[in-house]
Design a binder for this molecule. Structure first.
Ligand SMILES: N[C@@H](CCC(=O)N[C@@H](CS)C(=O)NCC(=O)O)C(=O)O
Length: 238
């Protein structure tokens, strides 16, 4: 009947030289590539309006609509018998899960802070994210959204730290990731695993973004992380 059954990934779209402005969308995007699943992307912030969790990403797959990067990956792994983690022990799987949550729940907020609250970076981000809006929307929308984001940065707690402390918090994560990766090809050895989708999305959000600030400079100072994200980008996205 010509019904298009391909998986649809709803995201914000390519911004700042990244596969998607959101690392959560980037994570699913990378996972789909690593799993060799066919999909198409729908890039429009307004898709939030029809997202089951009111956030991006979400996917549509036939009659199923699934929100949240973690739940999407669990769904795809099950439905399409994707075996990215079959070479991991139970203990490695447990480590991978908790590492992923560290990036989702802690490094993520350093990223949001650096884009939306850091004064110099915000001026650039504002122009990139809201390009093409006519006045007065070009003035009002970024202002309103920034206020909302800054409120959540305060509620979450990250913005109660000084700028220097936030750079150190992010730096601590980069150092830990760099030590864990060491000279391996992927985080759990020679073969790619689900965690690499998360790691790629979050590390590249800093070291492949067209933004120059202290956090991004810090991320770029880890040679093995830079080689890792460059390699994954080349392998799956170039
Ligand atoms: N736990 C969610 C987080 C997704 C998320 O935070 N998305 C942000 C963009 S990075 C979003 O859609 N924010 C819009 C809003 O909260 O209104 C996941 O893993 O997918």
């Amino acid at each position: 009947m010509g019904t298009h059954k391909m998986i649809k990934l709803y995201g914000f779209g390519k911004k700042l030289g990244l596969i998607d402005a959101s690392p959560f969308v980037g994570k699913v995007h990378t996972f789909l590539k690593m799993a060799s699943l066919e999909y198409e992307t729908v890039s429009n912030p307004r898709s939030i309006g029809k997202s089951p969790k009111g956030k991006l990403p979400f996917i549509e797959d036939g009659d199923n609509t699934i929100g949240d990067s973690q739940l999407i990956i669990e769904y795809l792994t099950e439905k399409y018998a994707v075996d990215l983690d079959s070479h991991l022990s139970q203990q490695e799987k447990a480590n991978a899960y908790l590492l992923g949550k560290s990036l989702d729940e802690n490094l993520y907020w350093c990223l949001v802070w650096s884009r939306w609250q850091h004064e110099d970076t915000w001026q650039i981000v504002k122009n990139v994210f809201f390009k093409g809006l006519p006045f007065p929307l070009s003035y009002n929308i970024p202002k309103t959204l920034r206020k909302k984001v800054m409120k959540s940065l305060y509620a979450q707690g990250i913005s109660r730290h000084s700028e220097q402390e936030i750079v150190e918090i992010a730096g601590h994560t980069f150092q830990a990731l760099s030590d864990l990766l060491a000279d391996k090809r992927y985080f759990f050895g020679d073969k790619v695993s689900t965690f690499d989708a998360t790691a790629y999305a979050f590390i590249s959000a800093f070291n492949q973004a067209a933004l120059d600030n202290d956090i991004n400079r810090k991320a770029k100072s880890f040679d093995n992380l830079q080689a890792y994200t460059d390699r994954i980008k080349q392998q799956y996205f170039d």
